[in-house]
Design a protein around this ligand. Sequence first.
Ligand code: CO
Length: 399
Amino acid sequence: MVSIEDIRVILTAPQNQLPLVIVKVQTSEPGLYGLGCATFTQRHLAVAAAVQDHLRPLVLGRDVDRIEDLWHLMMVNGYWRNGPVLNNAVSGIDQALWDIKGKRAGLPVYELLGGKCREGAAVYRHADGTDHEQVIDQVHAFVEQGLGHVRVQHGGYDGVVPVKNVVPQASPDGAYFDPRASTRAKLAVLTAVRERFPHLELLHDVHERLTPAQAVEFAKECEPLKLFFLEDILAVEDLDWLANIRQVCTTPMAIGELFNHPREWTPLITGRLIDFMRMHISQMGGLTPARKVAILGELHGVRTAWHGPADTSPVGHAVNLHLDLASWNFGIQEWCGFGEPAREVFPGCPELREGYLYPNNKPGFGIDLDESAAERYPAPCSVIQWTQTRLRDGTIARP
Ligand code: CO
């Protein structure tokens, strides 16, 4: 039996100061190890402690082949389950065990999942800017690179329109958000891009910043733009309103990056309330639950669009890609683009060519970690700003 000999957590931030959490599972076989993504950028130290202090002692010495059994053991052993910290910690070990299984079999993980349904995964990237010309230039640059899908935002990552804080004592350092001004600006930029690129697939992320009534109205207003999908139209807390949106417009819906618990995604898939599942694979507990939900989606006509921003590590992106290639109902893959420092820390990072992402076909996920390079990019621990957005009267808003 090959057993789990040791588990270590490596924290590194080679891109945009975002702390990435990588779990390295070492086995009793010399030189055989696996890597998994456990990245929860905003609470990375809590995840590291959950892996090192709680899961490591639980799984040391156990059989590396029993991924399904170990996943369930790790999930229930703490009794309270499915929180973001625990799910990410479980994911780190789960994905590393899949990597090890691929290496032992001498096969890429997509072969273990049933084999390729396609050669590469179509991706979308993010175009943003402070004015329409900037956004259009960015879209144009992506089209020149061969992309067929582009997400269009305006005035910063989340579409926040800069407005003057009318209550200075509320939070002078916060970002301020005016929902009306924001939806007007979103529609204007999307319309401008649609006019310029009539045949491009366009996407937009609302980032759950609207009230339910505003969300219904905005989804209807987007209908003539024929979006590929509209993302996070509602906050998780308001998802019961999704049925109302479905009744009044045909705009395809993509939801899921904040989900923790199977009860959050299962009703949306079986009820055909979404068109694309957007879960963050480490946040839902790793590849083991993700591959099951991908199949559930296939049975219900729902496609995959796994969360793929820069706060998923290159290891996590490789996991997304292997599942993309092996899932018949793959829809699209979000791709942030990794710079030279991240590629140096993670040799074997997926490659983007002409709008499609490709793995390198080595056994496992085909991605490695250069630990001495990782040390040169220490993970910062700072208080983040973008989750402190407020309405104009100072009320804290959902991010
Ligand atoms: Co999003």
